[in-house]
Design a protein around this ligand. Structure first.
Ligand code: HEM
Length: 241
């Protein structure tokens, strides 16, 4: 027996998706306001999250259901490592640390893999289909906003082992649709996907404070620079008279 899990996931996470798009950090990102410090913190957390997800997928290679969603061409850990090298330098492993929201997310991935491995599918869906969908737009924004050199710091968005992302997404959805699961399990997978969206929102929310601080500093610097330039202009005018 199979249910239309791909459709259930799409319909069942619609609200979560629009909530995620409306988180301050994401909205700023889409408007091209991307601050390097916040961005590298996000890459760091994603590194821990994908490392856990991909490690647990390796462990579940023999699982009758989860193994059907094993697509190593999606793996992001190596590309995140490249990006971390770019943002932190060669000692990135000593420089990075996980945030509280990142830790909770990773713990949940480990927990579902140990107790209900089929719910790993929710985590794969939420991240990988999202990455395949918005990746190219986000890459362009990141590149322009952080003035990155060509091919630097954006490996995360490059699926080098996937030639046609749209075709791959269709294949992925078809695989979801043909999983032999019952309605109740499918509903649990949708619920977990909504929880995964929530975990992503928590990652973004943590960064919002950073971003607001950075924007505040930028504004403060601009204003004080303008004021001191104004003072200098007045002083010059006074000296000329
Ligand atoms: C930056 C804001 C975002 C934009 C502009 C965006 C945009 C999109 C678009 C246009 C699609 C449809 C692609 C298609 O039909 O093939 C999509 C799908 C998707 N997005 Fe996002 N997205 C954003 C944020 C997120 C976030 C934060 C997540 C989760 C972490 C996410 C997860 C997904 C998933 C799982 C799908 C696949 C839906 C499905 O077809 O089942 N997105 N996104």
């Amino acid at each position: 027996m199979s249910v239309n899990l791909a459709t259930m996931l799409r319909e069942g996470t619609k609200k979560s998706h629009s909530m995620a798009e409306n988180v301050g950090f994401v909205k700023c990102f889409l408007k091209g306001v991307v601050e390097k410090e916040s961005y590298r913190k996000l890459v760091t957390n994603l590194y821990y999250v994908y490392s856990a997800m991909e490690e647990e997928m390796e462990k579940q290679r023999q699982h009758p259901l989860v193994s059907k969603m094993y697509f190593p061409e999606l793996n992001r850990k190596p590309s995140l490592e490249q990006d971390l090298f770019y943002y932190y330098g060669p000692n990135w492993r000593e420089e990075i640390s996980i945030s509280p929201a990142g830790k909770a997310y990773v713990e949940r991935i480990r927990e579902v893999s140990n107790n209900r491995p089929e719910l790993l599918i929710s985590h794969l869906y939420t991240r990988y289909l999202g990455d395949l969908s918005g990746g190219q737009i986000l890459k362009k924004i990141a590149k322009t906003a952080m003035k990155l050199e060509e091919g630097q710091g954006t490996s995360f968005y490059e699926f080098e082992a996937i030639a046609d992302e749209k075709a791959f997404k269709n294949k992925y959805r078809e695989t979801l649709d043909t999983l032999p699961i019952d309605e109740a399990t499918a509903q649990d997978i949708v619920d977990e996907a909504n929880a995964a969206f929530g975990m992503n929102m928590k990652l973004f929310n943590e960064l919002e404070g950073n971003l607001v601080k950075a924007i505040g500093t930028m504004l403060f610097n601009t204003l004080t620079r303008r004021r001191s330039r104004g003072n200098t202009d007045t002083e010059l005018a006074a000296a000329e008279n």
